[in-house]
Design a protein. Sequence first.
Length: 256
Amino acid sequence: MTRIVCSARDLFENKEDSAAVHVKGRSDYVTEVDLHVQAYLQSVLAENYPDIPFMGEEKDNTGLDLSGAVWILDPVDGTTNLLHDSKESCISLALADRHRAVLGVIYNPDTGELYTAEREKGAFLNGERLHVSGAEKLESCLVEMGTAPYYHQYADWTFRVAKALFLESQDVRRGGSAALSLAHIAAGRLDVMYERILQPWDYAAGSLILEEAGGKLTDLEGRPLDCCVKTSVLATNGAVHEEALKIIRQAGAVSG
């Protein structure tokens, strides 16, 4: 799977294609890079694994059989970053089996960083074993917020929670790629990330990489994640998970 993902590098780096933008909705864009990478990887996966269904961001996934194995792809996570050439975009591919990620690959072609994980076999960055940070209190943590940019109705909640976490942590920032945020927590570069709504392709691969690096993910009510559904996400190094969850609950109920 790693070889297959990396083989899409040339398509990802076609800057002319990234300039060709289609508007899907408010703050929701797709470039020709998204479309070309997905078409290529879907084709290669179908050729090599013809019996495994495929879920992709840029396709209609209605009626997809999720009872067994399924590929989950985001061809470009961080499309807005790609449009601004910020070097913080990636290909994110997971293999889920019965709603649990069992393989995960996140690849940033601009930096050459390749994050990989297989369930119960650890997480790696370019072959080097990953482990989350050792921060034990939120006051020692760097937090990343997700703004759920397609859902402006949650803006007040999102920034209220950001303020609450900012006041209790070292700092809060916004990266623009949920997949890379999860990978960065796995690598110990961040400690906490939250977002009100994420799709399976945003977090499936990253969830496994983070878990295999010793981290923890739940929804914003503290419940375990089903990696095949749209959900809220709180991701941490594990040690500060309950503290972060408590602050989020105090700042505003998720249902509010």
